[in-house]
Design a protein around this ligand. Structure first.
Ligand SMILES: *Cc1c(COP(=O)(O)O)cnc(C)c1O
Length: 404
């Protein structure tokens, strides 16, 4: 008789967003006329840039003509897109990459999970707390997280608290060095950003201890300060880090699906090249991102495309400013929202994250995300996102100020 991967049975239900939906549905059922404003979404809302739409249409037409039709492409992505990535995302930052160090994929989420395929099951994993849940759950599925306890922690994971005390940047682990370290900057959910100095500490630590850093920079497009855009801006990072990027938040591709992962050729485990392993993994289990979609992604690198995606990012970041400054002026302790579309606020009056969620929904008809849903250290915090409309963002902040 067949068996299953028992690790899946250890996973707690994904209660966060279903709980939120349940509570909002119950409230709207009881208050059918309520005008609810949602600042909990982690999805973009502005449409794709006109340059992208034009490129998508052109690529669709190519597919309808035998002379320009594209079937299977290279599993690791077309050179026309990789050339743009190398020239626009890295070269201006002083980072030199070869085309075969870039792997185009259907998402940073899939890559963050799939990367575990080429890594040993006995690796000790460290994650930030609070954290993007994908890193935790995919390691739990693989068996690297151990068992899930009543304290709502996995017993084999190392949790690195990110609190107001350390400005939501994790401290280097005190005890035995973890083998795999997930870092995400600009950060989801706290909106924090790491400095050159801060990131250098991690790169040096990883090289010294033989750890691998899995660096998620899905929100790089939202950076406004002089901080690292890529981990490879730090000396030595090519020997210890894999970087995940995505067109999702950068250019509104959450529903279109295109991302990429950088695996430098210098990155080795003993004699073994991780680049070679990832290539083997991708060419075996993945058949590439649609030609049409890669054409659309390449269009963001035209002069006009850059202008258009920057305008959209600026629109969201203006919302972030409205939230951050509005709440700060009202006396709330807030952080984030400068290099990331997320604002992380301390709940008032010592409320738990869920108590504040309920109060906000009942009294202000505003929906956000309870910080405790991202990890134990998120308790007492609340995440608001800049992905709403400007008008709703302004109204939401006015309501919150009035009620609390
Ligand atoms: C949204 C997000 C991603 C992007 O995932 P895609 O699969 O490329 O859409 C990656 N990491 C974090 C932390 C995110 O919030």
């Amino acid at each position: 008789m067949f068996t299953i991967n028992e690790n899946y049975l250890k996973l707690p239900g994904s209660y966060l967003f279903s709980n939120i939906a349940k509570k909002v549905n119950a409230y709207t059922a009881a208050n059918p006329d309520a005008d609810i404003i949602r600042l909990g979404i982690g999805d973009v809302t502005r449409p794709l840039a006109p340059s992208v739409i034009r490129a998508l249409h052109e690529a669709v037409d190519e597919m309808g003509d035998a002379a320009t039709f594209h079937g299977y492409g290279p599993e690791q992505g077309y050179d026309f897109l990789k050339e743009k990535i190398v020239a626009y995302d890295f070269a201006p930052r002083g980072v030199k990459l070869d085309l075969d160090e870039i792997f185009i994929s259907d998402g940073a989420k899939s890559d963050c999970g799939n990367i575990g395929d080429i890594l040993g099951l006995d690796n000790v994993v460290a994650v930030c707390d609070p954290v993007y849940p994908v890193y935790v759950d995919t390691n739990a599925m693989a068996g690297r997280a151990g068992g899930y306890g009543a304290d709502e922690r996995w017993d084999k994971l190392i949790y690195m608290p990110c609190t107001a005390q350390n400005h939501f940047i994790p401290d280097l682990p005190a005890g035995k060095a973890p083998d795999l370290i997930y870092l995400c900057f600009p950060n989801n959910p706290t909106g924090s950003m790491i400095s050159f100095e801060g990131l250098k500490k991690w790169v040096d630590y990883a090289n010294e201890h033989g750890s691998l850093i899995l660096y998620d920079s899905a929100y790089v497009a939202f950076i406004s300060e002089d901080v690292p855009h890529s981990i490879y801006e730090i000396e030595g990072a090519k020997r210890c880090a894999i970087e995940f990027r995505s067109f999702s938040k950068t250019a509104g591709f959450t529903g279109t699906r295109c991302a990429y992962t950088v695996v430098p050729k210098e990155l080795k485990c003993g004699e073994v090249s991780l680049n070679a392993l990832w290539l083997r993994r991708q060419t075996t289990k993945f058949n590439g991102v649609p030609y049409i979609v890669q054409k659309g992604a390449a269009a963001i690198y035209s002069e006009q495309g850059q202008k258009e995606i920057r305008e959209t990012v600026a629109y969201y970041m203006n919302n972030a400013k409205v939230i951050r400054e509005g709440l700060a002026a009202a006396g709330f302790a807030v952080s984030g929202g400068v290099n990331a579309p997320y604002i992380w606020m301390k709940t008032p009056d010592g409320m738990t994250s869920w108590e504040f969620f309920d109060a906000l929904l009942q009294k202000a008809q505003v929906v956000g995300t309870p910080g405790s849903g991202f990890g134990p250290s998120g308790e007492g915090y609340f995440r608001l996102t800049a992905f709403g409309t400007y008008e709703n963002t302004v109204r939401a902040i006015e309501r919150i100020k009035k009620v609390f």
